[in-house]
Design a protein around this ligand. Structure first.
Ligand code: PEP
Ligand code: MN
Length: 337
């Protein structure tokens, strides 16, 4: 249930409504917008049946949210959520591009790559330190050393960092080093992990599961939001279909569907969708045209010898060319990069 407060509602009036809802055994999520405050009552709405919320001073409207995802729904919040990652806004008019290698390998090459993607216009650096590999014999990531190299790249460039968290036991370490926690496709429905990141104050980029529906993606985002963390970015990265020409099939229509259903920013990862570097540019352009708020692109200084996902990684010069092309597409749809 959403309780919309009047513009002039006082803190006391808001507190009173919150107390009543909590007293009935429901959780409360407060969203303070520029114009007005909205209270989300989360839990069994039946318990609020006997409480005359509409009669309380400061209350303008009381509405039921019909969708199963509440806090992340457009019903709950009409305006787009705009996240602030150390001065880098996400979800506003300006598109953001996250770039960097699939996994962190060496400090020196990571810093070089970070400098090059930054020069080309990327505003967030990616790099996996804990890698979810299909085979236990494949490179699993450098762990803590990887995070340290990321920190060195941040020091050299000022770029905020994103890296994947796979295990709740690493959460404190992750929070210490990265600015955005990535939850990978394979963990989209690891509900325990979602609850744990929901308890932190770190922004989270949640990737769509390999076989997850859009509704399931939104329900997973709700898990995070329900713990009190609404700083969530959704990321479409391709889903499993019968098609084998690409690593996954990018569900491009997920972007407009998600923009209708949720106020959260929506990104596209063309690299994991395509699995082939030569398809990254056309897919990235389509993503911008369809209304994505940003992209996550894998860039490697030497894709042929990359320890992970070399086939889908762009060389830094190709990435720079793509960024120039993306600017034109962004302008055409009233956005900028
Ligand atoms: C990644 O971003 O490196 C990754 C493993 O992505 P996904 O979870 O989408 O496969
Ligand atoms: Mn990868």
């Amino acid at each position: 249930m959403i309780i919309v407060l009047k513009k002039e509602a006082t803190d006391q009036e808001i507190d009173h409504v919150v107390e009543k809802i909590k007293g009935a055994g429901l959780n409360v999520h407060i969203s303070k917008g520029k114009e007005r405050t909205i209270i989300g009552a989360i839990g069994d709405e039946e318990k609020l049946a006997g409480i005359p919320l509409m009669a309380m001073s400061g209350v303008e409207n009381v509405m039921a949210i019909l969708k199963p995802y509440k806090l992340v729904s457009r019903e709950f919040r009409k305006e787009n959520s705009v996240l602030d990652i150390h001065g880098v806004s996400i979800g506003g008019k300006e598109l953001r591009v996250i770039a960097g290698p699939c996994s962190v390998e060496k400090e020196s090459t990571l810093i070089d790559t970070a400098r090059l993607v930054q020069k080309a216009g990327a505003t967030i650096l990616r790099g996996g330190a804990f890698k979810p590999r299909t085979s236990p014999y494949d490179f699993q990531g450098l762990g803590l050393d990887g995070l340290k190299y990321l920190a060195a790249a941040k020091k050299a460039t000022g770029l905020p960092l994103i890296s994947e968290l796979m295990d709740p036991r690493d959460i404190d370490l992750m929070c210490e080093y990265v600015d955005i926690i990535q939850i990978g496709a394979r963990n989209m429905q690891n509900f325990r992990l979602l609850k744990e990141v929901g308890l932190t104050k770190k922004p989270v980029l949640l990737k769509r599961g390999l076989s997850a529906t859009i509704k399931e993606l939104l329900m997973s985002a709700e898990y995070i939001a329900a713990q009190g963390n609404s700083q969530i970015i959704l990321c479409e990265r391709g889903i499993r279909t019968f098609e084998t020409a690409t690593r996954n099939t990018l569900d491009i229509s997920a972007v407009p569907v998600l923009k209708e259903e949720t106020h959260l920013p929506v990104f596209i990862d063309p690299s994991h969708a395509a699995g082939r570097w030569d398809l990254v540019a056309p897919i990235a352009k389509a993503a911008v045209a369809v209304g994505a708020d940003g992209l996550m692109i894998e860039v490697h200084h030497d894709p042929e010898n990359a320890l992970c996902d070399g086939a889908q990684s762009l060389k830094p010069n190709k990435f720079a060319t793509l960024m120039a092309e993306l600017r034109a597409v962004a302008t055409a749809v009233g956005r900028s990069i």
